[in-house]
Ligand binder design. Structure first.
Ligand code: RM4
Ligand code: MN
Ligand code: MN
Length: 430
C-alpha cells in the first residue's frame, strides 16, 4: 500500500486556518477595490495557472562534489508521479510533468500515461539528454553531440531526439526541449562557426520529424559543462537558430543560464516581440546555473519577468501561451517542499503582475515620469497577495498552508519505509 495524504486530514488542517484566511482575504479585497482591482478575477487567474514539475526535481540533487540522498527518494518514474501528485494535491498549481529521457525510460508508456492521468497529471515538454553517455553506449558525447565533428555521433544524438519525440507522442506531450552541453574548454579546440553549422544541420533533421502540432524549444546556456565556448550560449544564438529552423522552433529561457547581471526580463520582451518565446525553466540563481528555488534570491526579477508576460498577453491575447516549467536542483531541502514553494512563488509573481495598473504605468511612461512608472510596479510588487494564493488553493481543493500540511502528514517518513534506497537511482542531478 502506497501512502497518500487523505482528504479528511487536509480538510481538518484547512478548517483550522479558514477563518483567519477569510479575514485577510476581505482586507486585501477592500485594499484592491480602492485600486479598481477585482480580487475575484485575480483568484480565478491564479487558479488557472499551471507550471510543469521536472521529474528530475523530485529527487535530491547534488553538486559537482557530492550528492547526499534524502530518505524515501523516488526510485523510478512511478514513484516520481506519486510525489508530483502529492505536490499538486496540496498546491493545485502543478498539473503537468516534464520528463527527461533516458532518465525516465520505461517499457510501457501507455501505462505510464494512464497512471499519471489517474492522478490528475498530464505531460508537458519532453527533454532529451545528449550530455551524458548511457551504459553500453558505443559512441561518446565527451566532445559533443549534435555538433560533434564525427557524423556518427551526431546521428546517434539525432536518433535519441527522434526517440524522445516518439515517446512524447505516446505521453501526450506537444513539445521537445533540446539543451546540449556542446562546446569547448580551450581556445582553438573547436571551430566556432563550423560547430554551429553542424548543430543547425542536426537540428534540421530533428525539426523535420516534429508532428505538425509540436514545437521544439531551444534552450541556451552561457557555460557549463563547456567552460570556454558553448554552441548555444545565449538568447541571440538561440533566436537565430530558431529563426533558421522555422515557426515550430522557439526559444526556452532557463533563468539560471545567463551571466549574473543580464537583464532577463528584457530578453523575454525581445523574444516575445519576435514571436520566439517558447517557454521557461524557472529557478533562481546568485552566481551561475545554481538551480536554486524560484523566487528565493531575486523575487523582484521574477516579478519583472511576469510583468512582461502580462504585458504581452494584453497585447497578443489568449493565444500567447509560453510553456512554464520548473528546473531546479534541491540539495539541502526536501524536494517536495521546494517544488511546492517554488510553484507558489511563481503564482505570487503572476498575481502581482496582474494587479499592475497598466494604464497608469503607460501614462507615466508616456510622460517620462521615471519614478512614477517605477512606483506603479513597486506598488504591485509590495502588495502581499498571499491571501489570494491561499484562497485559490483552498477553493481548488488544495492546502491553505501546503508545507505545514505536508510536514504534519508524515509523507516523507512513510515513503522512507516504502522505498528502501536503491543503487543508481535516476532521481536528482549530480
Ligand atoms: C541543464 C539544463 C537542462 C536540464 C539539465 C538537467 O543545465 O538546465 O534544462 O535538462 O540541466
Ligand atoms: Mn533548464
Ligand atoms: Mn540548467
Amino acid at each position: 500500500m502506497s501512502f497518500s495524504i487523505e482528504a479528511d486530514f487536509l480538510a481538518e488542517k484547512n478548517d483550522a486556518l479558514a477563518p483567519a484566511l477569510a479575514e485577510d482575504y476581505q482586507a486585501l479585497s477592500r485594499q484592491l477595490a480602492r485600486r479598481d482591482v477585482a480580487i475575484e478575477s485575480i483568484v480565478g487567474a491564479v487558479m488557472a495557472f499551471g507550471v510543469a514539475i521536472p521529474t528530475w526535481g523530485v529527487g535530491t540533487g547534488g553538486t559537482r562534489f557530492a550528492r547526499f540522498p534524502g530518505p524515501g527518494e523516488p526510485r523510478n518514474l512511478f514513484d516520481k508521479i506519486d510525489d508530483c501528485a502529492t505536490i499538486h494535491q496540496l498546491v493545485r498549481a502543478t498539473p503537468t510533468l516534464s520528463p527527461h529521457f533516458p532518465w525516465d525510460a520505461t517499457s510501457d508508456y501507455a501505462a505510464l500515461r494512464e497512471n499519471a492521468q489517474a492522478r490528475g497529471l498530464a505531460f508537458d515538454a519532453v527533454n532529451s539528454n545528449t550530455f551524458q553517455d548511457q551504459p553500453g553506449q558505443k559512441l561518446s558525447y565527451k566532445f559533443g553531440s549534435l555538433s560533434h565533428v564525427d557524423a556518427a555521433v551526431r546521428a546517434l544524438a539525432i536518433a535519441h531526439n527522434l526517440e524522445c519525440i516518439a515517446i512524447g507522442g505516446k505521453l501526450g506531450s506537444k513539445a521537445l526541449t533540446v539543451w546540449v552541453g556542446d562546446g569547448s574548454n580551450f581556445a582553438g579546440q573547436s571551430n566556432l562557426t563550423e560547430a554551429l553549422d553542424r548543430y543547425l544541420a542536426s537540428m534540421r533533421e530533428i525539426y523535420a520529424a516534429l508532428p505538425s502540432d509540436w514545437r521544439v524549444f531551444l534552450e541556451h546556456k552561457l557555460y557549463e559543462p563547456a567552460f570556454y565556448s558553448t554552441v548555444i550560449a545565449d538568447w541571440g544564438t538561440s533566436f537565430a537558430a530558431a529563426q533558421e529552423l522555422g515557426p515550430q522552433a522557439q526559444c526556452l529561457v532557463d533563468l539560471g543560464h545567463h551571466a549574473p547581471t543580464v537583464n532577463i526580463e528584457q530578453i523575454v520582451a525581445r523574444l516575445i516581440r519576435f514571436n520566439k518565446l517558447g517557454g521557461f525553466h524557472f529557478n533562481d540563481s546568485k552566481y551561475g546555473d545554481d538551480d536554486l528555488d524560484a523566487g528565493s534570491i531575486g523575487p523582484f526579477r521574477l516579478f519583472l519577468v511576469f510583468n512582461e508576460l502580462i504585458d504581452a498577453r494584453a497585447r497578443q491575447g489568449a493565444g500567447f501561451a509560453p510553456a512554464y516549467m520548473l528546473d531546479q536542483s534541491h540539495n539541502v531541502t526536501d524536494p517536495i517542499e521546494s517544488l511546492m514553494q517554488s510553484a507558489i512563488e511563481l503564482q505570487r509573481a503572476y498575481a502581482q503582475a496582474l494587479i499592475v495598473d497598466r494604464a497608469a504605468l503607460a501614462a507615466a511612461q508616456q510622460a517620462n515620469d521615471a519614478l512614477g512608472a517605477h512606483l506603479e510596479l513597486k506598488r504591485a510588487f509590495t502588495t502581499d497577495v498571499s491571501p489570494i494564493l491561499a484562497t485559490a488553493r483552498y477553493r481548488a481543493g488544495g492546502a491553505i498552508a501546503p508545507i505545514d500540511a505536508y510536514r504534519a502528514s508524515g509523507y516523507r517518513a512513510h515513503k522512507a519505509e516504502e522505498r528502501p534506497a536503491v543503487a543508481g537511482t535516476s532521481a536528482g542531478i549530480v
